[in-house]
Design a protein. Structure first.
Length: 377
């Protein structure tokens, strides 16, 4: 039977048996696993399909072509997941932070008490992955916060809810604080040098008496000295006031204005909510809605947000009220038959709307309808 078969129907390796398999990489015909392994050695073939290889449109619009593309996308996604797991296992930082955040998740009751409404992003999106908001050891909420300066540079920080916006500002200048620290170090070096020179000039001189033995201490009947109360030294801590870290109110002045981004608005421009730089993060977020975590825009005091890109909350709410009033007035004069047609059109174009009618779509249709009637008149 093998003698009657054409050469093109035989195995390309042994040329004896009819082929049963086709190599995904180069389409070579083989009859068995040994022949396929021999083919890979001879041709240095990986046996994997090249996803960048040109495919005719007639072959692409087939179940096999769709499966090839689908499998390619799945392989890319799995490769990214494996790379992320390897990176987390190597550093241990991201996974450790995530485990710690999971152990101290912020409860819905705590968010309700803070007066913040959280809009959750779909699982797996970058916004959801970046959110590491958790409860601190003291029970306060540690917010993941996105800071955007001048609409360009982005940075993410973890901010305590009890800190002020001005102190949390990652873009504020700290040059004066650094200069004060440098002056303190130089003065300490001068004092140490002066003490060393005095000890070299007077090697036999007795060291100075401790503060307890210096004049001003109280002596008891047995000759002992009762030291005077010393000034209390306050240790620096993360919760301490900024003035305890060698800074001054002048050095803390960030000279920035802050705005909270309002998510999911109907405006084509980004809606910003002005924030008080002296208010805490809790007070700034109370009664607000954020997408996973707050996004704060930072602009210099002398520069207002560009009008073509941003609009303030007050102007946006006024625009919404005007549109609603215009819609109500238009609904009073419209024919009920037009409303039924509009509802049918809206249901056909948006099946997932759950029966709700878009106010702006209604208003646009009413304007066209009323405009057509005005032309007829």
């Amino acid at each position: 039977m093998a003698d009657d078969a054409l050469l093109s129907q035989l195995c390309s390796i042994c040329n004896i048996s009819p082929f049963k398999y086709k190599c995904p990489g180069c389409s070579a015909h083989t009859c068995s696993l040994p022949c396929y392994k021999r083919h890979q050695q001879w041709a240095q073939c990986s046996g994997k399909r090249d996803p960048t290889k040109f495919v005719k449109k007639s072959l692409l619009e087939t179940p096999a072509g769709i499966d090839h593309d689908f499998n390619f996308l799945i392989s890319v996604e799995r490769g990214l997941q494996r790379a992320e797991k390897v990176e987390n296992a190597t550093t241990g930082s991201v996974s450790g932070l995530q485990r710690g955040a999971n152990r101290r998740n912020v409860s819905n009751q705590q968010l309700t008490a803070a007066g913040v409404t959280i809009v959750r992003a779909p699982q797996g999106l970058s916004r959801q992955k970046q959110n590491t908001t958790h409860r601190g050891k003291s029970g306060h909420i540690i917010w993941t916060t996105e800071w955007i300066k001048d609409g360009n540079s982005h940075t993410f920080t973890e901010c305590s809810e009890v800190e002020t916006i001005q102190r949390l500002d990652p873009f504020r200048s700290s040059r004066k604080r650094k200069r004060a620290a440098a002056d303190h170090v130089s003065k300490s070096d001068e004092m140490q040098t002066e003490a060393r020179l005095q000890s070299e000039e007077h090697p036999n001189e007795e060291p100075p008496l401790p503060p307890a033995a210096q004049p001003g201490g109280q002596h008891t009947t047995d000759g002992s000295v009762i030291p005077q109360p010393q000034s209390i030294q306050v240790a620096h801590s993360d919760d301490a006031s900024p003035l305890m870290h060698g800074t001054t109110p002048e050095s803390l002045s960030s000279k920035h204005t802050f705005f909270l981004l309002m998510p999911r608005t109907s405006s084509t421009r980004k809606v910003l909510i002005p924030l008080d730089s002296q208010a805490t993060l809790t007070d700034s977020l109370r009664g607000k809605t954020v997408l996973e975590f707050p996004t704060i825009y930072v602009f210099p005091e002398s520069t207002a947000p560009p009008h073509e890109t941003f609009m303030m909350e007050e102007a946006y709410l006024q625009q919404e009220r005007d549109d609603h009033t215009e819609l109500e007035n238009a609904l009073k004069t419209v024919d009920p038959e037009t409303l039924r047609k509009l509802a049918a059109e809206q249901g056909a174009t948006d099946e997932n709307a759950g029966g709700e009618i878009d106010d702006k779509a209604i208003l646009d249709v009413l304007k066209r309808d009323l405009g057509a009637k005005a032309k007829d008149l």
